[in-house]
Design a protein. Structure first.
Length: 333
């Protein structure tokens, strides 16, 4: 009798301990950035070319470096050194645009808007993941209504247009760059919308129909239509040491939230309903098959409802085994 109970409880605990399987896009439910050089991960972008790879960078005082991190292991698999961009001051954001171009936003200004210009750097995403030096294009950026601090740079995946969200405790603004960035002149960014968040990062969905903006403790989802954001509602944000970054997974079904600090965590949160990009939502609505585990809603702890269901089923199995054991014991007695 006792051995049956021990086996059943062991099976139940093993089920609870098992983490969720990796999603179809190669991203696990979460991962930890293990590179000791990455102590202030401030931006995050899902690779266009390499499954399960996320690009990140440090905040200020690091240099012209961008890191490719494997979400399966948390290890850096390539370091890209940008050449031709001078000395970056306060790199705060990263985004991937059309034609697999990586854009890096040297747009931070912790002195409250004391610099009359900031920079954006661009280089093609490497087809092979290895340490390399690349020549990046540098763009000078100014705001139409004066200098300001910002940590969010997004490139629309269809039009290639650049946008910056300013950072202010009382709320910021969404600034639109020119249709095509110029490497020879100054690029003026004009405010086109208010963003009522203390924004630390933002990201477009792969199909360009959703824009997410996150702060330290909250996030907002927008439908992107007619070249402007339309508020959909707030999102649940995982509790992190210092919420700094966000990006969509390559399939658009989830968000990956990152934080600063050594051994910083990146946490996956599933999207559903109106928050799903239009291409994903249409496909989900037309699908007749049951939703995969990567599409299950999440609880406040970040574990999928599917895992909870499995746990309850296993618990029922434990109870059945114990009950059967008791009956057998009584018969023998």
């Amino acid at each position: 009798m006792r051995s049956l109970v021990v086996v059943a409880v062991g099976l139940f605990m093993a089920c609870l301990a098992a983490g969720p399987a990796a999603a179809d896009d190669g991203s696990p439910s979460s991962f930890t950035i293990t590179d000791s050089r990455i102590t202030e991960s401030s931006g995050l972008a899902a690779s266009s070319l390499h499954k399960g790879i996320y690009w990140t960078h440090n905040d200020s005082d690091d240099g012209p470096y961008v890191y490719a991190v494997d979400s399966a292991t948390g290890k850096t698999v390539a370091t890209v050194t940008m050449r031709g961009v001078g000395s970056p001051r306060d790199v705060e954001a990263i985004s991937i645009g059309p034609d697999d171009q990586i854009y890096v936003g040297d747009i931070g200004d912790n002195l409250g808007g004391s610099w009359d210009h900031v920079w954006i750097y661009r280089f093609p995403e490497p087809k092979q993941l290895k340490n390399m030096t690349v020549t990046a294009t540098q763009y000078v950026v100014r705001y139409q209504d004066g200098a300001r601090n910002a940590e969010s740079l997004v490139i629309h995946p269809k039009t290639g247009r650049a946008y910056i969200v300013s950072k202010n405790e009382d709320g910021g603004g969404l600034y639109e760059g020119p249709k095509t960035l110029s490497a020879s002149g100054v690029n003026i960014f004009r405010r086109i919308a208010d963003i009522p968040l203390w924004a630390t990062d933002a990201a477009f969905s792969p199909d360009g129909t959703r824009l997410v903006v996150r702060g330290y403790f909250n996030a907002e989802m927008y439908r992107w239509s007619g070249g402007a954001p339309h508020d959909i509602g707030d999102l649940d944000v995982p509790l992190q040491r210092q919420g700094e970054s966000v990006t969509f997974t390559p399939d658009g079904r989830a968000l990956m939230y990152g934080s600063e600090g050594e051994q910083s965590d990146v946490t996956r949160e599933e999207l559903s309903g109106k928050d799903l990009p239009e291409s994903v939502g249409s496909a989900s609505a037309g699908a007749s098959a049951p939703a995969s585990s990567s599409q299950q809603p999440t609880d406040s702890g970040g574990k999928s409802a599917g895992n909870i269901t499995v746990g309850l089923v296993t618990l029922a199995g434990v109870a059945a085994v114990i009950l059967a054991g008791r009956r057998l014991f009584r018969r023998r007695a």
